[in-house]
Design a protein around this ligand. Structure first.
Ligand code: GLC
Length: 561
């Protein structure tokens, strides 16, 4: 196996925290309500930092909490420099970043700069006054562009990408909903504003940005304009960020095809530090649905390349729909059949709007399989709040809100999320996923709970830096329904095996070579010893294994070469 990243010396490795961290994402508004108004707030989150530290979380990514009419869950910002009063004050935010730092938890925040809310003063000024300097902050057309009915991100809900504004007497461009006018991000003045926004939040203690909708941010925009992506903009953002704070990162949301990955990372690792691996995400769901790991293996190969300092963020579910748009039609249908058969579970002709636990019928074996897989994919894992207890969803809520219900802390009214009668979104109640059954307090007490399982697997994941840092090889197992990945880094190797089939299987992996005679199971007792390095492993239905190759002496030997 190749030795990865020989160019990075030990001290650099210690600094690149994001290459191997446990990230947890949440929305302040649905996590914990301290003041009893029904909406989660910074104080509530601050009170729960010990919970997150206990779980082993090293960074949190907060969905937008800036001032906003909240018509797209805060992704419609009306003031970049204010916290929405319903979540607290800027002072509360600084207390939060400070308290998080005390516990070794970094705070990443969303940076939504593709568009503003239509209520943003820039847009209000721009539409009122054609001579205002803000007019050019947005993208206008006198006539309705012929392609106005193309390129909608939310098909079925969003009708057009150009909407007429009576006050401006012109059409404005909006890649997303009509209340989210696109910023003219190629305009130097807008770029200055973006830098100022980043600088502001960095001063308040944030450790980086999850940059929303990156492909659209860096595109040229305008009537009849060909959508060309300007990757140099990513380098500019990166440079500015690094001047202001050396260890801060850009985590790009870019659901792109693998051939463009390196454009986003930059050949020299000079653009985004991290990107969500949408390619692997969608094929992982296909593997779970069809018990066929081959397309997932191909997706891993296609996204193998990244600069030494670049990293994938590996995730299962996030706050949006599970987007299956990159699968073939037949693969997508297969995932729909398994995990979202009803029309009401599907969204935007391409995705599923459910949480993971209900998709897997709450089957603990499959949940463990899915998360074990996520924690062992090449990259940095990103967990979504509530997944550690197997929370469900509420499909009565519109669009993506179904999977955004409040955190379930206890069996108390409203799951202990709020003292108010009416929470911002209803807490899932009754049935197999209701707060009465699924909550943190109950799971804390049960050593076999999903929560305690997650805590244990995170602890082990942290002891396996090979996954974040190493190079990987996909091994043949003689079966299509099993994925075996061997990681190697600094004279240490770890083998991770996942059985996607609802049946026991036996596999053979041929490791060969000196020092590979023994596989030590890191999660349970059944080790494998084979002097020839040919290991036969029996896996239970939906079974998973993490093996350290050649014994547990790894802590003694982390020499680079
Ligand atoms: C991103 C976000 C999504 C939001 C959209 C518009 O895709 O993940 O939640 O609606 O951008 O900002």
């Amino acid at each position: 196996m190749r030795t990865a990243y020989v160019g990075l010396d030990f001290f650099v490795i210690k600094d690149l925290w994001y290459k191997n961290a446990i990230v947890y994402c949440l929305h302040v508004g649905t996590f914990m309500d301290a003041d009893g108004d029904g909406i989660g707030d910074f104080n509530g989150l601050e009170n729960r930092l010990d919970y997150l530290a206990g779980l082993g979380v090293e960074a949190i990514w907060l969905m937008p909490f800036q001032k906003s009419p909240r018509r797209d869950d805060g992704y419609d910002v009306s003031d970049y420099y204010q916290v929405d009063p319903c979540y607290g004050t800027l002072g509360d935010f600084v207390e939060l970043t400070h308290e998080a730092e005390q516990r070794g938890i970094r705070v990443l925040i969303d940076l939504v700069i593709n568009h503003t809310s239509d209520q943003h003063p820039w847009f209000q000024e721009a539409r009122r006054d054609p001579d205002s300097k803000y007019r050019d902050y947005y993208v206008w057309s006198k006539k309705k562009p012929p392609d106005a009915n193309e390129g909608m991100v939310f098909p079925g809900v969003q009708k057009t990408t150009w909407t007429y504004d009576k006050v401006a007497r012109a059409y404005y461009f909006h890649r997303f909903y009509d209340f989210q006018p696109d910023l003219n991000t190629r305009h130097p003045a807008v770029q200055d504003e973006i830098r100022k926004i980043m600088g502001f939040w960095l001063e308040l203690g944030v450790a980086g940005f999850r940059v929303d909708a990156v492909p659209f941010v860096i595109q040229s925009k305008g009537p009849g304009v060909k959508n060309v992506e300007h990757y140099d903009m990513l380098r500019d953002l990166r440079e500015f960020l690094q001047w202001r704070r050396g260890d801060a990162v850009i985590l790009a949301e870019a659901n792109i095809v693998p051939k463009n990955d390196m454009q986003y990372f930059g050949d020299d690792g000079d653009r985004a530090h991290m990107m969500f691996n949408f390619q692997v995400n969608q094929h992982a769901f296909y593997a779970l649905a069809a018990a066929d790991a081959r397309p997932l293996a191909r997706a891993l190969e296609k996204t193998r390349e990244r600069p030494a300092t670049g990293q994938w963020a590996q995730f299962l579910r996030n706050h949006d729909e599970l987007d299956l748009g990159r699968l073939t039609k037949a693969q997508r249908e297969r995932v729909f059949d398994a995990f979202g058969p009803d029309k009401d579970m599907q969204l935007y002709d391409r995705g599923i709007r459910r949480r993971l636990a209900p998709m897997l019928n709450g089957d603990r074996r499959r949940l463990e399989l899915a998360y074990s897989l996520m924690f062992t994919l090449p990259g940095t894992p990103v967990i979504r709040y509530g997944d550690e207890i197997g929370m469900g969803d509420d499909l009565d809520l519109p669009e993506r809100n179904g999977a955004r219900t409040p955190m379930q802390w206890s069996h108390e009214p409203n799951g202990g999320f709020t003292r108010a009668k009416k929470p911002v979104l209803p807490v899932v109640s009754g049935g197999p996923f209701g707060f009465e059954k699924v909550n943190v307090a109950a799971q804390r007490r049960d050593p076999d709970s999903m929560l305690n399982w997650t805590e244990r697997i995170i602890r082990m994941r942290k002891e396996v830096p090979e996954i974040g840092w190493g190079d990987f090889e996909i091994l043949s197992t003689g079966r299509n329904d099993v994925l075996a990945i061997l990681y190697g880094w600094r004279n240490n190797e770890v083998l991770c095996v996942h059985n996607f089939r609802d049946a026991a299987v036996e596999i053979e992996v041929r490791l060969g070579g000196p020092g590979r005679a023994s596989l030590v199971n890191l999660l349970s007792d059944d080790h494998s010893d084979s002097p020839s390095g040919r290991h036969r492993i029996v896996m239970e239905p939906y079974g998973y294994r993490w093996f350290r190759v050649g014994g547990l002496g790894y802590v003694l030997d982390r020499t680079p070469f």
